[in-house]
Design a protein around this ligand. Structure first.
Ligand SMILES: [Zn+2]
Length: 262
C-alpha cells in the first residue's frame, strides 16, 4: 500500500503537499513531513508542522508556497514534539502568520472549522501519542493530516505519561470513522502517504490490541514480579525490534501498563 519505496515528500491530491525535512532517524523515519495546505488559485496557504530547525527546509517550504502564487497565512502544529516545532522561532522571522497548536497561540478546539478562501479544515482532537495531538481533516479533498497519531510506516509511540493508551484507542476509532465515511487519504507526519487511510488506521488498532495481549501474556509469564516491570516486558515483547527503539518501546509499554492498571 506504500505509494513509493523511498519517500521523498510530494503531493497528495491537489490540496496537500509534503515537503520532507532532512531529519531522518529511528523515530522520524524518513524525516518530518511539513504539509502545505493550499487550494489551486487561492492566495492563502496553511503550513502544518514547520519541523526541525533547518534553514534549507524552511526555504523549500516557502519556495513551494511562493511558486504556487500563495502566502502562508496560518501555521498549525499537530503536537509539541521538537521534530515538529523546533524551527518555530526562525519560522516566525520568515513568515508573518499566527501559529496555533502544540501549546502555541490560540488553542485548537475539537471540531473547530478553519475556513480560508476555498480551503476548509476541520480540527479533530486526537490525544494519545501526546495529550495535545490533533489531526486535520480536509473534507473537500478527503485527506486526513494525522501528525504522529498515525504514521505512513511502522507504528507510533504512545509516550507515557504525556500520551495515554485509552485516549489513543478512542482517537483511532474516531479517525477510522472519519476515514471510512468517504474514501480518505492519509497524510502522516512521517513516512509515505496512503490512499486508504481507513485500512491503515484499522491495522494500527489491530496492532495495538495484539501488543496489549502480548503484554498481558508477558505479565502472566512472570514479568509482573520483575524489579523493572516495563523493562522486562520490553525485553520479552519487543525482542524483535532494533535496540535503538527500545527506549521508545519502553514508553509504549509504560502506557500499556498504565492502561492495564498494573
Ligand atoms: Zn511526535
Amino acid at each position: 500500500m506504500t505509494t513509493e519505496a523511498v519517500w521523498r515528500g510530494g503531493s497528495l491530491g491537489d490540496h496537500a503537499h509534503a515537503v520532507l525535512a532532512p531529519n531522518p532517524g529511528p523515530m522520524t523515519l524518513d524525516g518530518t513531513n511539513t504539509w502545505v495546505l493550499h487550494v489551486p488559485g487561492d492566495d492563502c496557504a496553511v503550513v502544518v508542522d514547520p519541523g526541525p530547525l533547518h534553514e534549507g527546509h524552511l526555504q523549500a517550504v516557502l519556495r513551494y508556497v511562493e511558486e504556487h502564487g500563495a502566502r502562508v497565512v496560518l501555521t498549525l502544529i499537530t503536537h509539541w514534539h521538537h521534530d515538529h516545532t523546533e524551527s518555530l522561532e526562525r519560522w516566525g522571522q520568515l513568515v508573518d502568520a499566527p501559529v496555533r497548536g502544540g501549546g502555541y497561540g490560540r488553542t485548537l478546539v475539537d471540531e473547530e472549522r478553519i475556513d480560508l478562501e476555498s480551503l476548509r479544515i476541520r480540527v479533530l482532537a486526537t490525544p494519545g501519542h501526546t495529550a495535545d495531538s490533533v489531526s486535520f481533516h480536509l473534507p473537500d479533498a478527503d485527506v486526513l493530516v494525522t501528525g504522529d497519531t498515525v504514521l505512513g510506516r511502522g507504528t507510533t509511540v504512545v509516550a507515557h505519561p504525556d500520551g495515554a493508551l485509552g485516549p489513543y484507542l478512542a482517537s483511532l476509532d474516531r479517525l477510522h470513522a472519519v476515514a471510512t465515511e468517504r474514501p480518505t487519504a492519509l497524510a502522516p507526519a512521517h513516512g509515505p502517504t496512503h490512499t486508504d487511510a481507513g485500512a491503515i488506521i484499522a491495522a494500527y488498532r489491530q496492532h495495538r490490541l495484539e501488543r496489549l495481549d502480548q503484554v498481558r501474556a508477558a505479565l502472566a509469564a512472570g514479568d509482573v514480579d520483575a524489579p523493572d516491570v516495563a523493562q522486562a516486558v520490553v525485553e520479552r515483547v519487543y525482542a524483535d525490534v532494533p535496540r535503538n527503539v527500545w527506549p521508545a518501546a519502553k514508553a509504549s509499554v509504560e502506557a500499556q501498563l498504565a492502561y492495564l492498571a498494573v
